[in-house]
Design a binder for this molecule. Structure first.
Ligand SMILES: [Zn+2]
Length: 474
């Protein structure tokens, strides 16, 4: 077995047993609080360990202290994202993420940023299909104050009509920039629609135009009340964090958030079946092609081999699609392959940017030829699989090397899958994946009935017709 996890522990500041001993000691000292937090478990995570706690109101806390880190990564995760939006209100999760920066009674808009900036800290946020997250990188001296401000905006969000209108405009512009006027965004919107249709993954995180037109401040308030209650929230701290100090601050501030309702484990809505082909007219110089397959849920045991398969096909100079489409003949300028492992049914996607003048249909034939060879006469070699696994594991451990990266990985795993076991199983699976596994998952999941193709064509340049009477758009 590849010796990856064990040597990693040499860099870990604390073992699982030592962490549990520390956690029980802290729990005993916190017994003086009216509503003390409950220590739940210590779990192995990557090359380190994570302490899991729960506040009296149900909020989960994950702590990964590291005495050598210069800063604390403070992340607040909401395990709801664009897949949890009510029908006809796509884009609301991302819009709400923006509204969280519009201030509260105690801290008007901009006050939070000023405190962070003065302390040399920074804040940002992100929305995905399965979650929304808010993160700060904070010097330890500022942590108490930042925890207080973070809890304040979750407790007392000021969702004024003025704030709503201004962020609504910002979000509309964001969609225009990243979907309507971005060829990659145009393609991605068509891919999601073709793969998932009315399924909650069938629209971009930025929402659809129609829905953004009708979303109201009341929709944002309703989404906030339902999804931002304590029993759904998760606070992750990694880096220079003192466990007892952090928990006392969280109890004092986050402890007053309303408990709300737990996140119901909803069954996955129906995923469409069958192949689909779409053509999109791009506003671009070069054509694009995307071929994607509906695969399996994020916790499925085939996900590690699908991730290795994606790396065998693309993303590095020596990979099959890059050699065939970029080097063997200059057909494409860029080839990227991703395996997405979300809460529900994920996908594998091959994205190609063609050279100007080349056609998406040509690239489609080439990609199909490469895949046909991989599942038949030319299976992946051990060297290809070793290289792919090494790249994935290097990225994984590089992410874990910083406090912010560790908090990201912990938060993503807990918010997406409800626990850390799925993440550990995924990485162990990557370490064990063989060439046979890669070929088997390609044969099993990259099949015509699960495949959608989106060809991004370039509109021919029209000469001398600019003033055609009655013509619109363009
Ligand atoms: Zn945004």
């Amino acid at each position: 077995m590849p010796a990856v996890a064990a040597p990693g522990l040499a860099g870990s500041p604390i073992s699982a047993a030592a962490s549990a001993v520390q956690a029980y000691a802290v729990a005993a000292r916190l017994a003086d609080l009216v509503d003390p937090p409950r220590f739940e478990s210590v779990e192995a995570f990557g090359a380190g360990v994570v302490q899991l706690w729960r506040l009296g109101n149900g909020m989960r806390v994950a702590l990964a202290p590291d005495a050598w880190a210069p800063t604390v990564a403070l992340h607040t995760w909401v395990p709801s994202g664009s897949a949890d939006e009510p029908p006809g209100r796509t884009g609301i999760a991302h819009l709400l993420e923006h509204l969280l920066f519009k201030g509260t009674k105690a801290h008007p808009a901009g006050a939070f940023d000023r405190v962070l900036e003065q302390g040399g800290a920074g804040a940002n946020a992100a929305t995905w299909t399965d979650w929304t997250m808010y993160h700060e990188a904070v010097p330890p001296t500022l942590l108490g104050e930042v925890i207080a401000m973070e809890a304040d905006r979750f407790a007392d969000l000021k969702l004024s009509q003025v704030a709503f209108r201004s962020e609504h405009t910002v979000v509309r512009n964001e969609r225009r920039e990243h979907v309507d006027n971005d060829p990659d965004g145009q393609i991605e919107e068509a891919v999601l629609d073709a793969l998932y249709g009315a399924h909650p993954y069938g629209h971009p995180v930025l929402g659809t135009d129609t829905d953004l037109d009708r979303v109201t401040r009341e929709d944002a308030v309703a989404f906030f009340r339902q999804h931002y209650a304590a029993r759904r929230l998760l606070v992750v701290m990694a880096g220079a964090v003192d466990v007892e100090t952090a928990l006392r601050a969280l109890v004092a501030h986050h402890g007053r958030l309303p408990a709300g309702t737990a996140n119901p484990a909803a069954p996955e809505p129906r995923v469409p079946e069958g192949p689909a082909t779409r053509t999109v007219k791009l506003r671009a110089r070069a054509e694009r092609l995307s071929i994607a397959w509906r695969t399996v849920v994020g916790t499925h045991p085939d996900q590690p081999a699908l991730a290795v398969l994606a790396e065998v096909l693309g993303n590095a100079e020596s990979t099959r699609l890059v050699r065939r489409l970029v080097h063997a003949r200059p057909l494409a300028s860029h080839v990227e392959v991703t395996a997405v492992a979300p809460r529900w049914t994920g996908m594998v996607e091959v994205r190609v940017v063609l050279q100007p003048g080349e056609q998406a249909a040509t690239a489609e034939r080439e990609v199909d030829a490469v895949l046909a060879a991989l599942v038949a006469g030319d299976p992946p070699t051990a060297a290809e699989v070793d290289g792919a696994r090494a790249r994935l594991l290097t990225d994984h451990f590089r992410e874990h090397a910083t406090a912010d990266g560790r908090a990201d990985a912990i938060g993503h795993a807990l918010a997406t899958f409800g626990g850390l076991a799925a993440d550990a199983a995924f990485w162990q699976g990557v370490e064990r994946t063989t060439a046979d596994d890669v070929q088997r998952v390609a044969r099993t999941w990259l099949v015509p009935g699960r495949r959608v193709v989106v060809r991004g064509e370039v509109a021919p340049v029209r000469v001398g017709r600019a003033r055609t009477r009655g013509a619109t758009g363009g």
